[in-house]
Write a protein that binds this ligand. Structure first.
Ligand SMILES: Cc1cc2nc3c(=O)[nH]c(=O)nc-3n(C[C@H](O)[C@H](O)[C@H](O)COP(=O)(O)O)c2cc1C
Length: 190
């Protein structure tokens, strides 16, 4: 069976990010036919179209990394009921210059965790809207709004609650199937 390359973006820059813990858990729990690479957003300068004629190396590398994977997984906190500015900035870099949008036809999925009861639901809706404009086919379901409680996921990505672990396993299995369906309908070189 084909192995698909998944690049994952973590929306948080925080050292103790709970979304980083979630991302680690997802890469560990995922089906074996997905391989994972983090695509870091931390060092990107703020985007301006003044750079379009000549991207700085860090932004070029970021854009190339998005272009080089088969699918993208967004693991992000919700900031003020939206996505963190750093993540939006990263998406803007990859989406430009005009006509060279790296997200076009690139399957994606969105997930996030927060201590709040609705577990990033509003932020994820904003992200889905952005990705829709960027022409990324998105996994619609299952949705995953993970309420983080202390110790739910260790730094090493161990999920300590059995039903949460099972849900995350199912979520990643569905993401794998979604990627397979996208590329079955439309081969990568089409
Ligand atoms: C600027 C800021 C805005 C926040 N806004 C929200 C919010 O809208 N909804 C929410 O559930 N949590 C919100 N939080 C709390 C975050 O969910 C919490 O800090 C969480 O740990 C962030 O994820 P991270 O650890 O991966 O960065 C906010 C935190 C910050 C720093």
């Amino acid at each position: 069976m084909t192995t698909f390359k998944v690049g994952y973006l973590i929306g948080s820059l925080a050292k103790e990010s709970i979304n980083r813990k979630l991302a680690t858990a997802l890469t560990r729990i995922a089906p074996e036919h997905l391989s994972f690479t983090e695509i870091p957003i931390r060092d990107l300068p703020l985007y301006s179209y003044d750079y379009d004629a000549d991207y700085p190396p860090v932004a070029r590398a970021f854009k190339d990394a998005i272009a080089g994977v088969d699918a993208v997984l967004f693991v992000t906190p919700e900031y003020n009921r939206s996505i963190p500015g750093a993540l939006k900035n990263a998406i803007d870099w990859a989406s430009r210059p005009y006509g060279q949008n790296s997200f076009t036809r690139k399957p994606s999925a969105v997930i996030g965790t927060s201590p709040g009861a609705i577990g990033t639901a509003v932020g994820q809706q904003h992200l889905r809207s952005v990705l829709g404009f960027c022409n990324s086919p998105q996994m619609n379901a299952p949705e995953a709004y993970i309420q983080f409680t202390p110790g739910l996921i260790t730094d090493q990505g161990d999920v300590t609650n059995a039903s949460t672990a099972e849900f995350l396993r199912m979520y990643m299995a569905e993401f794998h199937q979604f990627i397979v369906r996208v590329y079955t309908a439309l081969p990568r070189d089409a």
